[in-house]
Design a protein around this ligand. Structure first.
Ligand code: PLP
Length: 381
């Protein structure tokens, strides 16, 4: 089919605005009449420096990033940050508290345990133990945070892509603490008070751009307190591999090695569009409205559709739902495909239906899907 005949609701990589891709297709052939495609230009050229600076500036505008925060452009996806975060923070901080509300925070905690051992990792809450599966967020008064130790950082995943669980806002009990958040699947979809976090990271391939770029926003003081390799060795702790070392990357303006500037440029183009459209206040309003319409459509047929996560923890970005009887799921997905509504199958680990409602999904696309849901319900009620 032609591009304008389909809508892709996949969870990531996600679709991008067609305008950005049209510009990208000429940029990769001959960037700004330089005779060279953007992926061929040196990452150390003035041109690349300009792209880095402009993308960083748009990100700073969108997230209102405070002056005392550093932006890093990295590679290796969210998964590399599972390791990078602990390599960079453990040493100065002595213990790690993990808030486990879904598959991705679980993977983050598993990596911390694998690298540093069971005794360093405290699981504050594990939704699977509380609810039997990842479908909600335990009330904070039930969380078992590390006590009697000041040097603790807390890690959580703001939006669990596989399970469709999203924090409605910043967890109140973490106020004033040292907090790391994985925002891979909801970054740039709502306003965030960056000053509440020590580290925020996100792979670009959902709400920012294309695969291959990871954005890290961190409090600059982290760069100064990082123990030296000698101190780490004396503490019996590993030294971070250079490509994961925040101070090394910061010192080289994210150019310690060859950075995919094409990816940075795409992210910049997406962000410029967001800034022009009214920034994150506007984006939040649109994202909320789209999610409300989708949940409302599913809610009109409680006999057929059951939203998996509990109210209060439902993601605006990944809407996870089961159909009953189960055979209807296949019927729903096939019917959707016939209409060009693609990428709606749930993650392989949980099954079901998942509607990913990222920034690039327009309200018109949501309307098409809502119409299909309504017709499907009428036919199968
Ligand atoms: N964190 C979240 C919330 C994700 O959704 C994903 C991937 O889907 C990851 C981390 C892992 O990201 P990557 O595949 O970029 O390593």
């Amino acid at each position: 089919p032609a591009r304008d005949e389909i809508t892709y609701f996949g969870a990531g990589p996600a679709s991008l605005p067609t305008t950005v891709l049209q510009n990208a297709s000429s940029a990769i052939l001959n960037f700004q009449n330089t005779g060279l495609g953007l992926a061929e230009h040196s990452h150390r050229s003035a041109l690349s420096h300009g792209i880095l600076a402009s993308t960083e500036s748009s990100l700073r505008t969108l997230l209102s990033i405070p002056e005392d925060y550093t932006v890093l452009f990295m590679q290796g996806g969210g998964t590399t940050q599972f390791s990078a975060v602990v390599y960079n923070l453990l040493g100065y901080w002595a213990r790690m508290d993990y808030v486990v509300t879904g598959g991705w925070s679980q993977k983050g905690s598993e990596e911390a345990r694998r690298l540093f051992g069971e005794e360093k990792v405290n699981v504050v809450t594990d939704s699977r133990k509380v609810f039997g599966r990842y479908c909600g967020i335990e009330e904070e008064k039930g969380w078992k945070r590390t006590e009697g130790e000041e040097r603790v950082f807390t890690y959580y995943c703001d939006n669990e892509t596989v399970d469709g669980v999203e924090f409605p806002g910043f967890p109140r009990s973490l106020e004033g603490g040292v907090v790391v958040a994985d925002m891979s699947s909801n970054i740039l979809s709502r306003r965030v008070d960056v000053s509440k976090f020590h580290v925020i990271f996100a792979g670009a391939q959902k709400n920012i751009g294309i695969t291959g770029l990871t954005i890290v926003v961190l409090k600059s003081s982290i760069l100064q307190i990082q123990p030296t390799p000698g101190t780490l060795r004396a503490l019996g702790l590993p030294v971070p591999p250079v490509m994961m070392s925040y101070p090394s990357l910061a010192k080289h303006n994210s150019l310690y090695n060859t950075l995919p500037i094409f990816d940075v440029w795409i992210a910049g183009e997406v962000m410029k569009e967001l800034v022009a459209a009214g920034g994150l206040a506007k984006q939040e309003e649109v994202a909320n409205r789209k999610a409300e319409r989708l949940y409302a459509a599913l809610g009109r047929a409680p006999g057929i559709f059951k939203v998996v996560p509990l109210e209060g923890a439902r993601s605006r970005m990944n809407i996870c739902v089961r159909a009953h009887p189960a055979e209807l799921e296949g019927v729903f997905l096939r019917g959707a495909e016939e209409r060009g509504l693609l990428g709606l199958k749930g993650h392989r680990s949980v099954g079901g239906i998942r509607i990913s409602n990222y920034n690039s999904i327009t309200e018109a696309s949501v309307d098409k899907l809502v119409q299909y849901i309504d017709e499907f319900v009428q036919k199968n009620a």
